[in-house]
Design a protein around this ligand. Sequence first.
Ligand code: FES
Length: 124
Amino acid sequence: MYSEKVMDHFTNPRNVGEMNEADAVGQVGNPSCGDIMKIYLKIEGDRIKDIKFQTFGCGAAIATSSMVTEMAKEKTLDEALKITNKSVAEELDGLPPQKMHCSNLAADALHAAVEDYRKKQQGA
Ligand code: FES
């Protein structure tokens, strides 16, 4: 049912944990299941230098979170905003159709974190 990449990222998630003194945080809840994801960013210039996630969710949510952190690292903020739930699922060699909604969390939390950063910049 799951690709090898999904199983790999689920059993060995990258960039998991909390980040002290993050420059931005994005948190989203998945309305279809109630699961929650949080993404922390460390930003230098316009680039994501470090990224961590915490996910209270299913295996597919953990795998997509892990993958989105790998995809977003070292990217500019504009590039990070172009990462979609579809591109995350594609990088994982696909998700079962009934699990596609889980990948929304990953892209949405990343986008929320970038927006959080931009809001803070404007306020500064
Ligand atoms: Fe909730 Fe997958 S079932 S994120």
